[in-house]
Design a protein around this ligand. Structure first.
Ligand code: NAP
Length: 483
């Protein structure tokens, strides 16, 4: 396949937290892969910044190790690694102090894009934004990339938005949600708005319900302290699942332009009904054999934080009135499986009689693993013996359809390149984030005021029994969580 990589202008990208976990696992290996794909022009430079005192040579060694560990197949080309490392520099900087800022300013070049990636704890976002201005590092070409979590609730998100707005215009702020960088998520928009086939059916008249599942097999791991203050609702639903819901439910924007898309997403969040307590299930994974349960993982035997949430939500608008959206996400589930399933209604009348069974078209959009789409279509089962119907998938796995060269860039790679290009379409606007918190805050407050205790579930299961009942009550069922 012919490479369609679009080169970008030369840039200076400063990664605050350049020695941290996210930088090592995602940002730096991602930049390296973009470099290998020819997307980093000669003048492009990456500057790591953190408190640790080290020189550029030492930093290059750590970046080389990170690429070796997390860079994937492309990391085997040592010449490419060396060439990439020549573009990498390091400057020790204290986000809360004065040290290192003048030197960092001295490293930046005039007349080209400057991107500052805040890959540090959220408590440092304001300090860094302020110093970028006060030390004269930011100019009209500058942009900042802000990692999740973006606030802990509506009040903190508003305060963070206000702090950033003191130093940067909204057009310069890139709030990252890596789910939006996934190839399939963008393909969702291509499928909806690039084909005549789907959009006329994309409403409550033809769609029975929509399921969004983001299932993980891992527990809270080393993030116990952070996670226990957050829980699945804040960590996953408020951002990733809400963003997926927005893309699946939004009206067609007038053009594929950042504000046109984000205006439509915002309308979806604002159309969400307040959620009924009975339509919500919280869960917490228990121990299994020698494997610790959630409470052991976070070191609090009385923790009431949820590691699983399932819910039924409604959108009050013309398109979706009467079609529910079922959302679920959790840790230590049966498989790592993220999927959006659009389940169409039955045909109005079956000419094949009841013995043909119930058959429905399902458009399943797989986010991970194996990004792709499947459309279940009902056909006649081949062979003699009358008209028996079966559902067969029209499979649109990208690797199969487009060939091995079509391997999609990792979400972080794509999003960082969008920052350099100045394209905010796949980044959350401040009002979107606030609207999402405004919807989730009352849910969390309700749990707290009632002293709600999450339902235990077995690791390796599909979550608590009550989550299955949430669907069964409506005569529906969750799709199987499978790898
Ligand atoms: P981390 O491993 O703890 O790294 C934090 C980084 O910040 C280190 O490079 C650290 O280096 C630097 N740092 C700390 N205090 C500093 C200061 N005062 N001035 C300058 N640098 C300072 O954290 P992380 O996991 O990479 O996460 C970074 C951000 O990404 C967080 O907001 C997190 O919520 C978000 N995030 C992470 C992941 C992930 O998979 N890790 C996923 C999604 C979002 P020094 O100690 O040398 O200063």
């Amino acid at each position: 396949m012919v490479s369609r990589v679009i080169p970008v202008e030369p840039f200076d990208l400063v990664i605050f937290g350049g020695t941290g976990d996210l930088a090592r696992r995602k940002i730096l290996p991602g930049l390296f892969r973009r470099f290998c794909d020819g997307q980093m022009p000669d003048g492009a430079r990456v500057i790591g910044a953190a408190r640790s005192e080290m020189d550029t040579a030492a930093y290059r060694v750590t970046v080389g190790e990170a690429i070796g560990e997390f860079g994937g197949d492309s990391a085997v080309d040592c010449d490419a690694v060396d060439a990439f490392l020549e573009r990498v520099e390091y400057q020790a900087v204290d986000a809360k102090g004065e040290g290192g800022w003048e030197a960092l300013r001295g490293l930046l070049r005039d007349g080209m894009v400057r991107a500052f990636y805040f890959s540090v704890a959220p408590s440092l976002f304001g300090d860094i934004a302020e110093r970028l201005r006060s030390f004269g590092l930011a100019d009209a070409q500058s942009r900042i990339v802000v990692e999740k979590p973006f606030g802990h609730d509506l009040a903190s998100a508003r305060s963070l938005n206000a702090t950033l707005a003191q130093h940067f215009d909204e057009e310069q702020i890139y709030r990252i949600d890596h789910y939006l960088g996934k190839e399939t998520v963008q393909n969702l928009m291509a499928v909806r708005f690039g084909n005549m086939l789907f959009e006329p059916l994309w409403n409550a008249q033809f769609i029975d319900h929509i399921q969004i599942t983001v299932a993980e097999t891992v527990g809270v791991g080393g993030r116990g302290e952070y996670y226990d203050k957050s829980g699945a609702m804040r960590d996953m639903v408020q951002n990733h699942l809400m963003q997926l819901l927005c893309l699946i439910a939004m009206e067609p924007p007038s053009k594929f332009d950042p504000d046109a898309v984000r205006d439509e997403k915002l309308k979806v969040i604002r159309a969400l009904d307040p959620i009924d307590y009975h339509q919500l299930v919280r869960g917490q994974y228990g121990p299994a054999g020698d494997a610790p349960g959630y409470r052991e993982d976070v070191g609090d035997a009385r923790s009431r934080t949820e590691s699983f949430v399932a819910m039924k939500v409604h959108l009050s608008n013309w398109r979706w009135a009467g079609t529910p959206f079922y959302l679920r996400t959790g840790k230590k589930l049966r498989a790592r499986d993220s999927e959006i399933a659009v389940v169409f209604k039955d045909t109005p009348h079956s000419i094949f009689g009841p013995e043909a069974g119930q058959h429905r078209n399902v458009l399943a959009i797989r986010l991970q693993p194996n990004e792709g789409m499947t459309l279940d279509v009902t056909i006649k089962e081949p062979g003699p013996g009358g008209m028996r119907l079966i559902d067969v998938p029209l499979d649109m796995s990208f690797a199969d359809a487009l060939g091995p060269d079509a391997e999609a860039p990792d979400a972080y790679e794509r999003l960082i390149m969008d920052v350099i290009r100045g394209n905010q379409t796949l980044f959350m606007r401040g009002d979107e984030v606030e609207a999402a918190w405004a919807w989730t805050d009352p849910i969390i407050e309700g749990w707290q005021s009632r002293g709600d205790v999450p339902k235990p579930y077995d690791p390796g299961s599909s979550g608590p029994e009550d989550a299955l009942m949430l669907m069964h009550r409506d005569g529906r069922r969750w799709r199987e969580i499978k790898a």
